[in-house]
Design a protein around this ligand. Structure first.
Ligand code: ATP
Ligand code: MG
Length: 718
């Protein structure tokens, strides 16, 4: 190779280049945020291909999300100037699926096995509990499932689970696996575990993969769990060419079984490993970097790293901004976004990062009001599920008889004997007459001379008319139930014997509950279409709204970090735990958050959150005072700098956190019998945390089901 090397190697620093060119043997790149780890990994892959060291199919690259895999693939194509097919590039799960589909029979599956989601898993556990006569209030399915999942994360099959350790869950684990086999299904944890079983039981298959994969590359290594680690170690034994990149300070999935220890013991596990540290940060201004580094320096359990930038501009100090309440916080951030946009900043380069899913709502409402396009990344997709779309189509047709799309969706769902030929004929009629599809259908039903579809079509329209007239007499929620029942739609799912049918019925019930929050069906549909429309803006420049967890690995010119209050961030769970490890994980999350920003980072907190008995004082996050003064400016909710003369507004304290004693952080907000931050349990939604109290209603962020408003009587303290 020439001195200068190929083009893709120019513009890289020496350490990065070393990490790329050390193609043989184990390599660990251990470095802080924004130092180019992902870039190194991508370029290394390009380098391997460019040097003809391997065919694309001989490279295995693991990314944290499917989206990251897609981006990496595009980038590789761009750097090489051609598109590359056949690489094994994806998440651990997607790569395991690929392996298992080829060898399903060896682990007792058929190649077309299904992958169950959490809903399905819970249903299965419930069925087992019922069959075993076990009270599911005493032994909540969600708890059992999480124990089983953690075992799987640790690479433990039910045979390997130690007796005496959650005996009941262990017994259910065994039965659960039995049922999965009958269903020809697996859950997410199984994807890795079954691969491990396959490799153990069929050494020849393992060895074929060991020989196949000449180079293995892994991003975000700090968040691998034990099963993933074992999987990698087995596969890497063939070539020994394993390159992992990661940052111990960004390990944020400990609660889901990730083992930061994997990265710390890399050198021991892979003797002779080259360890490369990258110290130059290319992403952020020096203030942002200083703020992020200052915060993470408060963690004890870390390797510690040097990070520097040659950013001469320095940029703006991190803005820490107090606001009165969550509405004011959303207003402030909305205004900032508009100002930045006027100054030419693109919306796609702005993100609002929150700790808990429920926090997005206030921002969504504000953004809708201001007309700021946004996308909730990884947000609830409830309204996109098939049965919900079907049910919505019925409701749409009810209030909007000309809604042709809705009509087409449900005209033969459930089956009414109205086939494609009829629908085609109606389409032609609609086009010829210039009328809507449903109008054409009505016309067709009344005038068509023959065709078996006439009778069911007529009945359909008679029913529709009847339901519509009910809207004047009955509450809209009742009418919705009648429509779903009398149309045969709910019956269709009740009779369906597939594993996901009960879940669909539950979703339909949830839809009716959501409808209760609105006065009219129209209002509800409008709300839904706003949510849905928002999801369709994938290609436009939009502000990203997401949790800190889903922001890992991403970068934005501007990052707004909202809700930095005790009991929200750090999360209440971290405050309850004895020891500092959960709190340190929260701090790492803060570090991930700040380090997403290139040019501008804004941290906000509220002085008050709305509670049951009016406004309650909230307490700014302890992390705020850990951001070095030299890299931040702290503005109070009244627009003054924090250390300036205190003013007393409401009951909101004006505190200079930097000088305050930790004791003021010890306060908790007490209300009713529930407190903000309480862990609670709900029969249907499982475990969650109380986020807000309003009268007898609790805003609960459920671990799996997302945020919901629940009457206090329906939940118990967990
Ligand atoms: P994180 O820890 O957040 O995942 P990372 O270490 O993976 O960060 P990258 O995302 O790879 O960092 O890089 C951060 C930014 O710096 C990217 O915009 C990248 O293109 C840029 N960058 C990386 N290396 C260089 C370089 N040598 N010269 C210029 N820009 C660089
Ligand atoms: Mg990265």
């Amino acid at each position: 190779m020439s001195e200068a090397g190929p083009d893709y190697l120019s513009n890289l620093n020496e350490a990065q280049r070393a990490a790329i060119e050390a193609t043989e043997g184990p390599v660990l790149v251990l470095a802080g945020a924004g130092t180019g780890k992902t870039r190194v990994l991508t370029t290394r892959l390009v380098h391997i291909l460019n040097q003809n060291l391997a065919y694309p199919s001989q490279i295995l690259a693991v990314t944290f999300t499917n989206k990251a895999a897609q981006e990496m693939k595009e980038r590789i194509g761009h750097l090489l100037g051609r598109s590359i097919d056949g690489m094994w590039l994806g998440t651990f799960h997607s790569l395991c699926v690929r392996i298992l589909r080829s060898h399903a029979e060896w682990v007792g599956l058929q190649p077309n096995f299904t992958i169950l989601d959490t809903d399905d898993q819970l249903r299965l556990i419930k069925q087992i509990l019922k069959a075993e006569n076990i009270d599911d209030r005493q032994h909540p399915p969600r708890l059992i499932l999480s124990i089983i999942s953690r075992w799987k994360d640790r690479g433990l099959t039910f045979e390997q689970v130690k007796r005496g350790e959650h005996d009941l869950a262990g017994k259910i684990y065994e039965q659960y696996q039995g049922r999965l086999q009958v269903l020809n299904a697996v859950d997410f944890g199984d994807l890795l575990l079954l691969c491990l079983t396959l490799f153990k039981q069929k050494p020849d298959i393992l060895s074929s993969y060991q020989q196949k994969f000449r180079y293995l590359l892994v991003d975000e290594y700090q968040d691998t769990n034990v099963a993933q680690y074992l999987w990698l170690r087995l596969l890497a034994q063939g070539s020994d060419n394993l390159c992992c990149v990661g940052d111990d300070d960004q390990s944020i999935y400990g609660w889901r079984g990730a083992e930061v220890g994997n990265i710390l013991k890399f050198e021991k596990d892979f003797p002779g490993a080259t360890v490369i540290r990258l110290e130059q940060n290319y992403r952020s201004t020096s203030h942002i970097l200083g703020a992020a580094s200052g915060l993470i320096a408060h963690n004890q359990g870390r390797l510690g790293k040097t990070l520097w930038t040659d950013d001469k501009s320095e940029g703006e100090p991190v803005l820490i901004r107090g606001t009165w309440d969550s509405m004011d916080e959303a207003r402030f951030i909305g205004d900032e976004i508009e100002t930045l946009q006027r100054r030419g900043e693109s919306l796609g380069q702005m993100a609002v990062l929150v700790r808990a899913g429920f926090q997005t709502r206030e921002f969504e409402e504000r953004f809708l009001k201001l007309g700021i396009p946004y996308r909730v990344v990884g947000g609830p997709r409830f309204y996109e599920r098939m049965e919900i779309r079907d049910a919505l189509a019925y409701l749409r047709l009810l209030v909007q008889p000309d809604d042709g799309l809705a009509f087409e969706r449900i005209i033969n769902v459930p089956k009414r004997g109205i086939g494609n030929t009829t629908v085609q004929a109606i389409h032609i009629l609609a086009r010829e007459q210039g009328i809507s599809l449903s109008r054409a259908a009505r016309y067709y039903a009344e005038t068509a001379e023959k065709g078996a579809a006439r009778v069911p079509l007529r009945k359909f329209f008679l029913d529709m008319d009847r339901w519509r007239s009910l809207l004047d007499q009955e509450p809209h929620v009742e009418v919705a139930k009648i429509v779903l029942d009398e149309s045969g739609y709910t019956a269709m799912w009740r009779e369906d014997k597939s594993a996901d049918a009960p879940g669909r019925l539950e979703n339909l019930k949830e839809l009716v509950r959501a409808l209760q929050e609105f006065e009219y069906i129209q209002g509800f549909l409008e709300h839904v279409s706003l949510v849905m429309d928002n999801n369709q803006q994938a290609e436009r420049e939009v502000v990203s709204l997401m949790t800190l967890h889903s922001a890992k690995g991403l970068e934005f010119n501007v990052a707004f970090l909202a809700g930095w209050e005790e009991g929200l961030f750090p999360h209440p769970r971290a405050l309850q735990d004895s020891g500092d490890s959960a709190l340190e994980e929260e701090r790492r999350l803060g570090y991930v958050g700040i380090s997403r920003a290139r040019k501008k980072a804004v941290v906000t907190y509220c002085f008050q959150r709305r509670m049951h008995q009016g406004w309650q004082t909230a307490i700014p996050s302890r992390f705020i005072k850990e951001i070095p003064l030299a890299h931040s400016v702290h503005i109070n909710a009244n627009g003054g700098e924090v250390s300036a003369a205190p003013a007393s507004f409401h009951r909101a304290p004006v505190v200079d956190f930097r000088n305050s004693k930790p004791s003021f952080l010890d306060k908790t907000i007490t209300l009713h019998s529930f407190q903000i931050g309480d862990r609670v349990f709900h029969q249907k939604f499982g475990y969650g945390e109380v986020m807000e109290l309003e009268g007898d209603r609790l805003d609960i962020e459920f671990d799996e089901a997302g945020s919901k408003k629940i009457i206090a009587d329906f939940v118990s303290k967990a």
